[in-house]
Design a protein around this ligand. Structure first.
Ligand code: HEM
Length: 471
């Protein structure tokens, strides 16, 4: 492989495989550490090779804004053609995440409008989140006498909020169909995502271990699709076009009423899967980190609880309307999002023409990522970024500081469409659980705050003790 002059700097690489051995093997499950090393060596814009494919990482806020906002016309598309896994997904029909152009714009717009119509950001969805939080608290009450793993419970809670929006109903935590969706999401997120070696060398799909894994994955998708198709059919039978009750109803009404929509039953199914995949693990993992930080920093937990006690007391649940007065809790969640940066980087974008960022050539067809974690740990933007400190988001008058360098949902036209829902879930679940329970470490061993990288960055499995405060 010959380097094109003008490219950003980057590490040496091997013919054919590029930097894959370091990325996917030496730093397996520690991709965030690899990106950190590369940024230290090569600065705010660097290049890697994923096989023969050029990858460019933007690591400071200027380059990310230049690419994803100012040059949005060039950097909005996903590289659906460049990845073998994406090609397979798109072959089965694309929803929001992997589609481009007109199809993406219209599907994303419909999804956003539908989420708004269904009450995301409003009281109706708040009720559902509070109801789900009660189920989570019942589980904690049932299990709290033993050391608890919160990750699965958070995944069930967050997925049920999406279920309520999409299907108009929640599932029991032991429902087999629900658990199938959860296993699929977990499998997807444990994988290396866009930089899985399978994308670089699709031929390895014929190796027995890998082919069995892929086979298993398609089987799961088939089963989920059968379930989705059955659910859509059931919705067709009860559809009231004047008063659609959930995401499927709104989708079916759009299909029936609009001659120009790109929505079909197939696209609806893909979009539903996108919402589940993109919306449940991210939110659940953020909450999992939040409770890990609280047992690491008991003083932060005490301050959050004192604030809840003073503002809300114990006589009622914490509401979304309490957010402006629960300043320390809100700041803690902002710090959780900065410090954990669950989405280490944006999803992949591609350059649709040759361009320059910070004076470096970014050739057409290169795959680019915004390294969100690098921005969240940038010493030029944050004081002591390696310290967990909610106070950084509170000003001298005790008001929240909205810091435009906090970018957990990325930037530009592909910015996460679920951000409002996620923020509401995080706040209501976090505060209401803390109102009722205190959490502590189960032993004296030091907590591991480094995390394990898949598509998202999750805490290494940990347990905690939950002690009821008032029941
Ligand atoms: C704390 C929770 C969440 C975090 C940290 C998060 C973060 C992100 C990030 C970083 C992206 C990539 C943007 C880019 O490529 O530039 C994204 C995309 C996306 N997210 Fe989220 N997200 C969260 C919750 C949600 C929820 C609850 C939903 C659904 C209701 C959702 C749906 C999506 C979708 C559909 C996309 C693809 C957007 C597109 O390609 O146009 N996310 N999210």
């Amino acid at each position: 492989m010959r380097e094109i002059p003008g490219l950003p700097p980057g590490p040496s690489f091997l013919p054919l495989v590029g930097n894959v051995i370091d990325m996917s093997w030496t730093y397996r499950k520690r991709k965030h550490k690899y990106f950190e090393e590369m940024e230290k060596k090569f600065g705010p814009v660097y290049r890697l090779y994923f096989g023969r494919q050029l990858l460019i990482l933007f690591n400071d806020v200027e380059s990310v804004k230049e690419a994803l906002v100012e040059k949005r016309d060039i950097f909005t598309d996903r590289p659906s053609e460049a990845f073998w896994v994406a090609q397979q997904i798109v072959k089965h029909g694309a929803g929001i995440v992997w589609s481009n152009g007109q199809h993406w714009e219209s599907t994303r717009r419909t999804a956003l409008q539908t989420l708004r119509d269904l009450g995301v950001g409003k009281q109706s969805i708040e009720e559902k989140i509070l109801e789900e939080t009660e189920y989570m608290l019942t589980e904690i009450t049932r299990l709290h006498r033993k050391p608890l793993h919160l990750d699965k419970l958070m995944a069930k809670g967050a997925s049920n909020v999406i279920s309520t929006v999409v299907f108009g109903k929640r599932f029991d935590y032991d429902d087999p169909e629900f658990n199938k969706i959860l296993s699929f999401i977990k499998m997807t997120f444990d994988a290396e995502g866009p930089i899985s070696p399978l994308n670089m060398l699709p031929q390895i799909r014929f190796l027995p271990y890998i082919s069995a894994m892929i086979e298993n994955c398609w089987l799961m998708i088939d089963e989920i699709n059968v379930f989705l198709s059955k659910t859509i059919d059931e919705h067709k039978k009860t559809l009231n076009k004047e008063n659609p009750g959930d995401f499927i109803d709104v989708g079916l009404t759009t299909i029936a009423n609009s001659k120009t929509t790109t929505l079909t039953d197939g696209v609806l199914m893909c979009t539903i899967l996108d919402l589940f995949i993109a919306g449940s693990d991210t939110t659940a993992t953020t909450l999992d980190w939040a409770f890990l930080y609280l047992i690491h920093k008991p003083d932060v937990q005490t301050k959050c609880q004192k604030e809840i006690e003073n503002v809300v007391g114990f006589g009622r649940r914490v509401k979304w309307a309490d957010k402006p007065t629960l300043v320390y809790c809100a700041a803690t969640l902002m710090e959780v999002q900065r410090f954990s940066t669950v989405a280490i980087a944006s999803l992949p974008h591609t350059a649709t023409e040759d361009t320059e960022i910070k004076g470096f050539l970014i050739p057409r067809g290169s795959i680019v990522f915004a390294d969100i974690r690098a921005i969240h740990y940038d010493e030029n933007l944050w004081e002591n970024p390696r310290e967990f400190n909610p106070e950084r988001f509170i000003d001298g008058d005790g008001k929240i500081i909205q810091n435009s360098n906090l970018l957990p949902f990325s930037l530009g036209p592909r910015i996460c469409p679920g951000a409002s829902l996620a923020k509401m879930e995080l706040f209501l679940m976090f505060c209401n659980i803390l109102q009722r329970y205190s959490f502590s470490k189960t032993d004296d061993t030091e907590l591991d705050l480094d995390g394990v990288s898949g598509i998202t960055l999750s805490p290494k499995p940990y347990t905690l003790h939950a002690k009821p405060r008032c029941l």
